[in-house]
Design a protein around this ligand. Structure first.
Ligand SMILES: Cc1cc2nc3c(=O)[nH]c(=O)nc-3n(C[C@H](O)[C@H](O)[C@H](O)COP(=O)(O)OP(=O)(O)OC[C@H]3O[C@@H](n4cnc5c(N)ncnc54)[C@H](O)[C@@H]3O)c2cc1C
Length: 455
């Protein structure tokens, strides 16, 4: 089929859906092409085998994430607080201890960690402009180091280093050597909004931070309801293969449909965008940026129990660990706690170790982590489920694209800059809450404004 519209949007995650919604509100005609047979992208309500779902991708929302909050309100999706009462589990060197939620883990080396965290927070707050880290006076210095080299130079103890690596693993699902210090500083600076500069606490905390709340019915209700409102604007199972710009028009060839429009929006991570053919070739800075922005490696695993038994044991359901396969956990039970659901992240090297594991072996290995952290009661769930994002053709990993040393200072400027008739969205392009649902929504709002001002 052939179709025309003012704007063709490629990608039906929160970024693309938001762009489509706002352009339609501005009186423009839109067609949105989505590769999958569902909307939401990295936001997904994963079936757990009993007719219900649990968040398989993005889940949490917190303070200053105003744009996803406003969208959820518009879609009639309510939030509730993440379960956060009691103690967290800390697994280190083969031993388990517990500590109060909101505190740092009880590692003897934690005294060495604290100044490093403070230093990160101070640099992010005073030297980094969110979304433009390459403009910092010391941008070259920060971008020439991986987070690993910085953390080794600024701590002396194993415990502090393990916890700094865990900070990177739980927030970005990469190893600390895979990511530039400048990228991490920007990630911290971006954990805020126009009126509140980002902070490390807001990034990593449950209470008062990005993990504070969840969505009733699962986060995916937000994109699913928005997609339903957009109706026939959204074409599913329509991966875009080729984008051609000629004679002042942009034509997108997708499976089953070809759309010609005045502008195109590519609303996905840079590395997914690099799978599309562009004709003529994109400007080199954009094309090479897309070669240099890999996704993290991540899966989410859940186990479903009759009750959240860990609550009765005085535990939050949160664990942090120096081993895998699961190195961080949360209580994913529904708001009425009618069942107990434990959720665990498999990240970075732990994913690679399980790359070729069968589904049964993957689940078995993950459940083993739960038993270590929460005891024998964790051994017999009613059911388990997982989502391996690295194996998803249209995500390629998660939660976000990251930049290694040298990338942001040379190519960062190309992240959000339009190239002719093609505009770029996706959480990776957002000034605030890049990497999060909020950043995706903000990026969709931004491109819609850019284009509405031109058409
Ligand atoms: C395990 C995990 C946990 C996370 N936890 C959180 C969290 O707790 N809180 C939070 O705020 N964020 C979290 N995130 C991040 C969040 O999911 C993303 O920041 C956000 O959803 C990105 O939205 P997007 O629209 O930018 O990109 P995506 O959601 O990736 O959307 C891109 C869309 O484009 C489609 N697509 C790709 N290629 C093509 C093509 N060629 N043609 C057509 N369509 C194409 C894809 O199918 C997808 O639907 C998490 C992510 C993961 C994976």
């Amino acid at each position: 089929a052939a179709a025309t519209a003012d704007v063709v949007v490629i990608g039906g995650g929160l970024a693309g859906l938001t762009a489509a919604r706002n352009l339609i509100a501005a009186g423009k005609s839109v067609i949105l092409l989505e590769a999958r047979d569902r909307a939401g992208g990295r936001v997904y309500n994963m079936p757990i085998g009993d007719g219900t779902t649990s968040e398989g991708g993005a889940e949490f929302i917190g303070p200053t994430q105003d744009r996803i909050a406003a969208l959820a309100t518009d879609m009639g999706v309510a939030t509730f607080k993440t379960y956060n009462t009691g103690n967290n589990v800390y697994w280190r060197n083969g031993a388990k201890s517990t500590y109060a939620a909101g505190e740092l883990p009880p590692d003897p080396d934690v005294a060495d960690l604290f100044p490093a965290l403070q230093q990160l927070g101070t640099i992010a707050a005073t030297e980094i402009t969110p979304g433009r880290p390459w403009t910092a006076a010391k941008a070259e210095e920060y971008d020439s180091q991986s987070f690993y080299t910085w953390s080794r130079a600024n701590t002396t103890t194993d415990g502090a280093r393990v916890l700094l690596d865990e900070f990177i693993s739980t927030s970005l699902s990469v190893r600390s050597k895979d990511v530039s210090l400048l990228y991490v500083l920007n990630y911290i600076a971006a954990a805020g909004n126009e009126g509140n500069h980002g902070t490390l606490d807001r990034l990593i905390n449950v209470a008062g931070g990005a993990q504070e709340s969840r969505f009733v019915g699962g986060s995916a209700l937000v994109p699913l309801k928005l997609a339903a409102k957009l109706g026939r604007v959204v074409k599913y199972s329509a991966p875009a293969r080729k984008v051609t710009v000629a004679s002042g028009r942009v034509t997108v060839v997708a499976d089953g449909i070809t759309v010609t429009a005045k502008r195109a929006i590519v609303a996905m991570s840079p590395s997914m965008a690099s799978k599309i053919d562009f004709e003529p070739a994109l400007p080199a800075s954009r094309a090479q940026l897309m070669q240099r922005y890999p996704m993290g490696s991540v899966a989410k695993f859940v186990a479903v129990y009759d009750t959240p038994f860990w609550r009765a044991d005085g535990l939050t359901g949160q664990a942090v660990s120096d081993i895998g396969p699961i190195d961080a956990t949360f209580d994913n039970s529904p708001p009425d706690a009618s069942r107990g659901i434990l959720m665990g992240f498999v990240s970075q090297s732990n994913m690679r170790k399980l790359d070729s594991a069968s589904s049964a072996d993957f689940a078995k290995a993950c459940l083993g982590s739960f038993v270590q952290y929460f005891g024998a009661k964790a051994a017999s769930p009613k059911r388990t489920a997982f989502q391996r994002w690295d194996n998803e053709l249209w995500s390629g990993g998660g939660p976000v694209g990251v930049a290694a040393s040298g990338v942001l200072t040379e190519f960062g400027h190309a992240l959000a800059k339009p190239t002719g008739l093609i505009h770029w969205a996706g959480t990776e392009t957002s000034d605030y809450w890049t990497g999060y649902m909020d950043g995706a929504v903000r990026s969709g709002e931004r491109v819609a404004k850019e284009i509405a001002a031109q058409l």
